[in-house]
Structures are given as C-alpha cells and as structure tokens.
Design a protein around this ligand. Structure first.
Ligand code: FCB
Length: 434
C-alpha cells in the first residue's frame, strides 16, 4: 500500500488515470477512418511481435465497464483522447456520427459516475488522409487541426473539465520523424523540423479556434520531459546533455509559452524549418490555462561529432530500472515541476502521466509512492500542482512495443479481454476512496 494519503496533496488535488484512443479503443469499423497508427502497426517490422491496435482493449465496446473500474478505484478524473479519424474519417469536414455518439456516451458515462473528463485532441493517431498530403510536414494540417479542435470543442466542450491540444510534441515529431520509431516512421531532418514547428502552430491555431467557438476554460497542452544528464564530466558531454535538454525540455514549452525557440536548436534546424517560421511565433504563444507534464525517466548523453544533426548518442544509466529499462529517478520530477513553475510563472501544472511497466506489483506501488513524495516536495517549493494522472488504467497497446510492456494498474486477459485489477489498483483505491 502507499505511504501517502489524499490529504498530503491538499483539498482540491485531483487523481486520475490516463489512456489514449489508439492504445485501447479497437472498434475500427463503425465509420472510423484509418489513422497513421493503423498502417504503421500493420506493416511488418514496426512493432514488437507484429502487435497492433486493431482490437486493443476493445474499450469501444467495454467503456462502461472501464468507467466503473475508474469510479470504483476512487479516481476523480479520466484523461482520454479523441480519435480524430473516428470523428472525421478523412481528417476534415465530413463527420462520422457513430464516432460522435461514442464520445457522447463516454463523456456522459463519466459525468454520471462523477468522473471528470480530461480530453486530449491528439494522442498520435493522425488521420491517414492527412498523412497522404504530407501530415505534419504540410502546413495545411495545422488548419485542419484547428477545424477539428473547434468541432470537438463545440460538440463536447461544455461537458469537459479540460482540453489538451497535443500529447507529447517530442514524440509526435522527433521520435516519429527523426528516429523513425513511431508512425509515420520517418528518419528525415527536414520532415522533423517542419513537424516540430507545424505541431506547435497547430496548437496555437487550435487554442484560438476553441476560444472563438466559446470554449474558453481549461485549455492546455501536455509535454513529456525527460532528464538529460551527461554521461561523464567532460565538457563536450555536458554540452551534449544541454543540447538534449534544449530539444526535449525547452523547445516545445518555450515555443508555446514564450513564443521563442532555444537558439541551440534553431542554429541546427534553421535550414530545415519553414522559411518564415518566426512570423508564426506569436500565434504559437496563446495564453493557456494549464500545462501538463508527463514524466518517466532520463537519458545519458555522450558527445559524438560523427553523428549528423544532433551530435550525440544517448544511453540508459546504471540506476534501478523498470522492466522496459527506464531508470527510476523521482527527484527529477520535483526538479521539472519546480523548473516549469519558475520558468512559466502563473500556470497551474498537472502531472498528466507517470507510471512504470512492471510485473512486480510491489515495485509498481513503490514507484508511484516515490513519485508522490516528489510531488509533495515540489508543492513544498511552492509549485501550483493541481493533480496527478497515473499511466495507465489497463495494460494496453504500447505503440512500437506492442502488448509486451505492462503499465496498467489493471491487467487484461489477452484472449477474453477480461479486466483484472492488480495490487496497485487496490493501493490507489485505499488511498483515494473517500
Ligand atoms: C507516453 C505516452 C503514452 C504511453 C506512455 C508509456 O510517452 O504518452 O501513450 O505510451 O508513454
């Protein structure tokens, strides 16, 4: 069980769980258009064991049972994402009514159970029809996103507790267009630079569009932060880690919250960025109501001048790890919370994801508990921290790693898809049930 109690976090602090559409929904019939994750995962070599999200956790049909599990765990909120191509199969204009009906049921189901709906518009599943026209490399996708944001806000906004435009711009751009590990699987610096800028421009346009249709509260964005440490105390490794930090932890937040990009990064990417990117910076920099931080682990950086573009290599360090090899460093969560609170003052902060892939429940419980302590510490430093959303409720389709990782506090039988609460679920229940 946890050593923490609800009261340690203050009276209005919310606890929730997060899942994302493509990782859980399945239900790909019923008018849903294809997304880049459908074709990426169904192409050999892109995912472990050829796993895909075709059925996933069948949340499309079992959402009611899943909401019951969230309610019974004592959680205040469910952070979910809309599948863009379920609402708009071609990414623009035409609406799939069955998709609208699904999210109506899901959101109403949360409200009936007293669960706050925290929505994300984009958790990585770009409609394929937009990818056909260049996806995030194409500036037109930013306007399509703004239209989609306005549509979702008009339809669902009044029932949502909050809306995030994007989940983890670093993964959408660098991981997916530079490292090739996620859909659409590019390894191309020009594609990356354009995607980095266009995703943030889409964020700015999306926020504006939502405010224009009258959805004016609790709009934000979710970024992932990862600790970047030098592999040695050599000055070139220290510089490599600083560049890693600028790419990972500054580019996206500074872009949207300050309207600037770190020079360390633009010095490198300038030739590949859209020519007039500076003209867009005021649009990126819309006032936000909150920011979400997803935090898991760190990388160690070693300078390597042979590596083009970003001249370093990254490796995992020697500390205790979860079963996907991610080092456990709760102090870095405190560090990031304090840093974001100091650098972008006045903005409420949520931890929107944090969790561990584990089969040993004692370890998972300990992982959460140590990160709770890190949050208490951040609050002691004056951070305006409003909530903690655990990743994740049910073991699900973990992208390129397929179903191998086990991030869930609830397990799932691979054949029957029955849900099985784990000890960590019961630990939350014990801590949270009022
Ligand atoms: C985050 C993603 C989430 C899940 C966790 C483990 O980067 O937002 O969908 O994959 O990692």
């Amino acid at each position: 069980m946890f050593t923490h109690k609800r009261a340690d976090f203050g009276p209005d602090f919310i606890f929730g769980v997060a899942m994302a559409a493509h990782q859980i929904e399945g239900g790909q019939t019923d008018g849903r258009g294809p997304s880049i994750w459908d074709t990426f995962a169904n192409t050999p070599g892109n995912t472990r064991n050829f796993d895909n999200g075709n059925v996933a956790c069948d949340h499309y049909n079992r959402w009611g049972e899943d909401l019951d599990i969230i309610r019974d765990g004592g959680f205040d909120a469910y952070r979910f994402s809309f599948s863009w191509s379920r609402l708009m199969p071609e990414g623009t204009i035409a609406i799939n009514q069955a998709g609208v009906d699904f999210y109506d049921r899901l959101i109403d189901g949360m409200l009936e159970r007293n669960i706050k709906p925290l929505a994300t518009l984009y958790h990585w599943d770009l409609p394929s029809a937009l990818q056909d026209r260049g996806g995030w490399m194409n500036r037109d996708t930013t306007a399509a996103f703004a239209d989609y944001a306005a549509f979702a806000a008009e339809k669902f906004g009044s029932r949502l507790e909050s809306i995030a435009t994007f989940n983890e711009p670093w993964c959408i751009t660098v991981l997916s267009h530079f490292l090739g590990a996620h859909a659409p699987g590019y390894r191309d610096v020009r594609a990356t630079a354009r995607a980095m800028h266009h995703v943030l421009l889409a964020h700015g346009l999306g926020i504006k569009a939502m405010r224009e249709v009258g959805t004016n509260k609790n709009l934000g964005i979710v970024v992932n932060m990862e600790k970047c440490d030098p592999a040695s105390d050599k000055p070139e490794d220290i510089e490599a880690a600083a560049l890693g930090d600028a790419i990972f932890n500054q580019f996206f937040l500074d872009g949207v919250l300050k309207g600037t990009y770190p020079e360390k990064v633009t010095n490198i990417l300038e030739p590949h960025l859209p020519k007039d990117w500076r003209d867009d910076m005021a649009t990126l920099n819309q006032p936000l109501d909150w920011v979400g931080i997803n935090y898991y682990t760190r990388f160690l950086y070693t300078a390597d001048p042979k590596v083009p573009v970003f001249p370093f290599t990254q490796a995992r360090g020697p500390l205790e790890k979860t079963n996907v090899g991610w080092e456990i460093i709760p102090e870095a969560l405190t560090e990031f919370l304090v840093r974001v609170s100091n650098r972008y003052p006045g903005l409420p902060i949520y931890v929107t994801e944090n969790g561990a892939s584990e089969t040993d429940e004692a370890k998972r419980i300990n992982f959460f508990d140590r990160h709770f302590a890190a949050m208490v510490e951040a609050k002691r430093h004056g951070v305006d921290l409003r909530g903690y959303i655990a990743w994740t409720l049910i073991d699900n389709f973990e992208w390129a790693e397929g179903f191998t990782p086990k991030f869930g506090i609830v397990g799932m039988d691979p054949v029957t898809l029955d849900r099985h609460p784990k000890d960590s679920y019961r630990a939350f229940q014990q801590m949270l049930v009022k």
